[in-house]
Design a protein around this ligand. Structure first.
Ligand SMILES: Nc1nc2c(ncn2[C@@H]2O[C@H](COP(=O)(O)O)[C@@H](O)[C@H]2O)c(=O)[nH]1
Ligand SMILES: [Mn+2]
Ligand SMILES: [Mn+2]
Length: 494
């Protein structure tokens, strides 16, 4: 691609967008330099190739990324992943690290679906073993896990149980409710419990919204997918993750439901009222932020960590339901037992050490991707890297990647989180008819359950970027390594 691309991007100062240059600075890396007088504190850097950059330029995400460079305390660069697209204030597919204790924390940098994330389970069965039972598997899965916006689950939490879920995460569900296996806790990011969680900072309204939503998928882009491993790129990593060609897997994608949404809503409002007290101005109100160490910052961080625990628990309950369905429908057939490979978040802010600095790393639509030498990944994956789970769409591939050590310096150990939207829901609906798509997918051997044809159309594969290309970019840039490709055979859509 040409060395330099001209892009129109918003910057900190109010007024017309400035013309900025996107300069190639490394394999699949482009940079917008930090310019005096614009309010930018650091450069903005995007991981992409020419084609993806063309798609990214169609919405306001580059402007949003430039706005992120103005956050107080931001270090090195604001980063955009190849699946980047426009989001609330901060682009989805964006990463920003701020210096502690006084750098900013911004709910817009995490998103409304706090700890939306992905969990991969594997069986020892091969695709052909489940083909005759596929309809039944998908049907039973859709009955066991309520899907759709605002849907309620079968578990109703008392207030005390809710506080335990928010404070103690998955270990509480496993140890006190038998929901899952103790040895699998290590296979969840942070062991399925975030230490800074403070349930007292989660509003009553948020708790009420969440009280019967544990074990529910939510709407739209959330899903449970039965898949088959159809390519292995790294044999050693695949062996460590216990993946083999032809194997049946289950991928779960959901987050913190109404509870997380309410936490974000509550705290955006508080920060919007508070930021001027700290002398902070932001180019977009949706980037409202406060110093991490301020009372408002601490309160949000405690509530956000609690919502993260809720989301880990949500995926834990759903995984148990999927496990039960596999056992029941496949009549306890040997190999039908689902084992956890990993559970990883993609909407978070975490306190992490990078080099000699302690930072608050915001990842919004970006996945933590620790490398082989990280002490924070499960013992079984040391020397290989943390599993990174990248969903594509219901009609294309999804990927398993591994974190790299180089990503520490390149991207605060972060990588992409999906294919990323290429088209709005409205545009997808105008282009696709849900009932036709359903038939087309079935003809390709993919059984789909979705609350409505309209929602199915919004989620059509053509609404997403090319996941193969996105994953090639992160592999070539060195911020994750390709391990395996998964193809869908059965999908329960939210
Ligand atoms: N394998 C599937 N992937 C899907 C499906 N619907 C969406 N997606 C991908 O998930 C990511 C992450 O979504 P986000 O809401 O967290 O931003 C998205 O970019 C798509 O690539 C699906 O049905 N199956
Ligand atoms: Mn989500
Ligand atoms: Mn998500």
């Amino acid at each position: 691609m040409s060395e330099t691309i001209r892009e129109s991007a918003g910057v900190a100062s109010a007024g017309p967008p400035a013309d900025v240059e996107l300069r190639s600075v490394g394999p699949c890396q482009y940079e917008i330099a930090c310019r005096a007088g614009t309010g930018m504190r650091v450069p903005a850097r995007i991981f992409a190739d020419e084609e993806l950059l063309g798609q990214i330029r169609r919405d306001r995400s580059i402007s949003q990324l430039v706005n992120v460079t103005t956050l107080p305390g931001i270090v090195d660069a604001a980063l955009g992943m190849p699946d980047m697209h426009e989001g609330y204030g901060f682009p989805v597919g964006g990463v920003a690290a701020t210096r502690l204790p006084d750098g900013a924390i911004s709910p817009g940098g995490i998103g409304f679906d706090i700890n939306c994330g992905v969990r991969l389970l594997v069986s020892d069965l091969r695709g052909e073993d489940v083909t005759p039972s596929l309809e039944a598997l998908v049907h039973e899965m859709s009955r066991s896990v309520p899907a759709g916006y605002g849907r309620h689950g079968r578990l109703a939490l008392t207030r005390d149980e809710m506080d335990r879920v928010l404070g103690d995460g998955c270990p509480y569900l496993v140890r006190e409710h038998g929901l899952g296996r103790p040895e699998e806790l290590a296979l969840i990011e942070s062991g399925g419990v975030i230490a800074g969680a403070d349930p007292s900072q989660v509003s009553e309204r948020a708790k009420r919204r969440g009280e019967d939503q544990l074990g529910t998928l939510g709407g739209g882009n959330h899903f449970i997918e039965v898949q088959v491993v159809d390519a292995i790129f790294d044999e050693r990593a695949a062996r460590a993750f216990r993946l083999f060609s032809g194997q049946v897997t289950v991928l779960v994608h959901t987050g913190s439901r109404g509870l997380g949404h309410q936490v974000c809503t509550d705290h955006v409002k508080l920060m919007d009222e508070a930021l001027h007290r700290y002398g902070i101005t932001v180019p977009d109100r949706q980037l409202a932020c406060v110093p991490f160490s301020s009372p408002e910052g601490r309160s949000y961080f405690g509530a956000m960590c609690a919502a993260m625990n809720f989301a880990f628990c949500n995926r834990q309950v759903i995984a148990q339901r999927a496990r039960d369905v596999f056992r029941r429908v496949l009549h306890d057939r040997p190999g039908a037992e689902l084992r956890l490979v990993y559970d990883v978040a993609h909407n978070t802010a975490k306190v992490e050490r990078h080099g000699d600095r302690t930072l608050c790393v915001h990842r919004k639509g970006a996945t933590r991707a620790f490398g082989p030498s990280s002490g924070e990944i499960p013992a079984a994956y040391r020397g290989v890297g943390q599993p990174v789970l990248i969903p594509g769409s219901m009609g294309t591939a999804s990927y398993v990647l591994a974190g790299t050590d180089e990503a520490d310096a390149l991207s605060f150990s972060s990588t992409c989180h999906g294919a990323g939207r290429a088209m709005s829901r409205g545009a997808a609906k105008r282009r696709v008819q849900g009932h036709v798509l359903r038939k087309e997918l079935l003809a390709r051997g993919i059984v789909v359950r979705c609350p409505s044809n309209q929602e199915l159309a919004e989620e059509a594969p053509l609404a997403y970027k090319d996941v193969d290309r996105v994953v090639d970019v992160v592999h070539r840039a060195g911020i994750a390594r390709k391990v395996a490709r998964l193809r869908p055979i059965g999908v329960v859509k939210g």
